[in-house]
Design a protein around this ligand. Structure first.
Ligand SMILES: C[S@@+](CC[C@H](N)C(=O)[O-])C[C@H]1O[C@@H](n2cnc3c(N)ncnc32)[C@H](O)[C@@H]1O
Length: 246
């Protein structure tokens, strides 16, 4: 069955990306002025970053199109006596009467948006921003080491008590459109029997740094500051953030 961040994909994501690490969290926390700062996290998923923010007493709302990711977020939060304000929503359709000081989209999630949804999505975020507020965006940047594979290749295997989930993928790079087209297949196996499977088309828009900066200026941002957070995801894994102000 074709899904997007469905049940099995969410279980695999949660198994190794449950909570963000200190360095990444500290980077985003450095934009919080005080406890009155209101934060929005579109595409918040399983609460990987939203929950550490709540643990710091930050007011944060989140939304995501995947009910499975949000359910994991709620369950995880409740175990920590937290009650997150997270709801189902698509960034390209997002409307709110709330205004936020800070809007964050970590972990390259903005690159999941196809080109035709980018302008609307940014407009919706701009309308949700208080005067003087900021948006922090991460994207996936172009790199030379793309390993294309046209046949299913096993890329992950996670054991849960009596069952396990195997992840397979194919990868194709569409250079003309800068799209990394990955197909993911998840299989739930119990006692050697296939119980359930999911297929997910996982398409990532790869950007050049300059290209993304120009896009942000074209969309009406007046100031864009580029940050490189060295080892932000752990040793040898840095990430880039665009700080955008109107
Ligand atoms: C890679 S996960 C990252 C989740 C979270 N940002 C994090 O840092 O762990 C990407 C999330 O974006 C969500 N998503 C993808 N496209 C979306 C859209 N158009 N509107 C809202 N959420 C979307 C997916 O459901 C998924 O939970």
């Amino acid at each position: 069955m074709n899904t997007y961040y469905g049940d099995l994909c969410t279980k695999v994501y949660e198994s190794d990306k449950s909570l963000a690490r200190n360095k990444e969290v500290d980077f985003y926390l450095s934009f919080i002025k005080d406890k009155s700062t209101k934060v929005l996290e579109p595409m918040c998923g399983n609460g990987r970053l939203l929950i550490p923010f709540m643990l710091e007493g930050i007011q944060i709302d989140g939304f995501d199109l995947s009910e499975h990711m949000l359910e994991v977020c709620q369950i995880k939060a409740r175990k920590l006596n937290l009650n997150p304000n997270v709801f189902i929503g698509k960034i390209e359709d997002f409307k709110t009467d709330q205004l936020y000081d800070l809007i964050i989209i970590p972990f390259g999630s903005f690159s999941l948006l196809p080109d035709e949804l980018v302008a609307n999505s940014l407009t919706n975020l701009k309308l949700a921003l208080k005067k003087g507020g900021k948006i922090l965006l991460t994207i996936v940047t172009k790199s030379d080491n793309i390993n294309e594979t046209s046949t299913w290749k096993e890329t992950n295997r996670i054991q849960f008590d009596q069952e396990f989930i195997v992840e397979y993928r194919t990868v194709e790079y569409d250079k003309g459109n800068s799209l990394l087209n990955t197909q993911l297949k998840y299989e739930l196996i119990q006692n050697e029997d296939l119980i359930k499977s999911e297929i997910m088309d996982f398409c990532i828009r790869l950007y050049e740094r300059k290209e993304f900066e120009e896009l942000l200026y074209l969309q009406g941002f007046q100031h864009v500051v580029f940050h490189e957070v060295v080892n932000g995801y752990g040793e040898g894994e840095s990430f880039n953030v665009f700080e955008c102000t109107l």
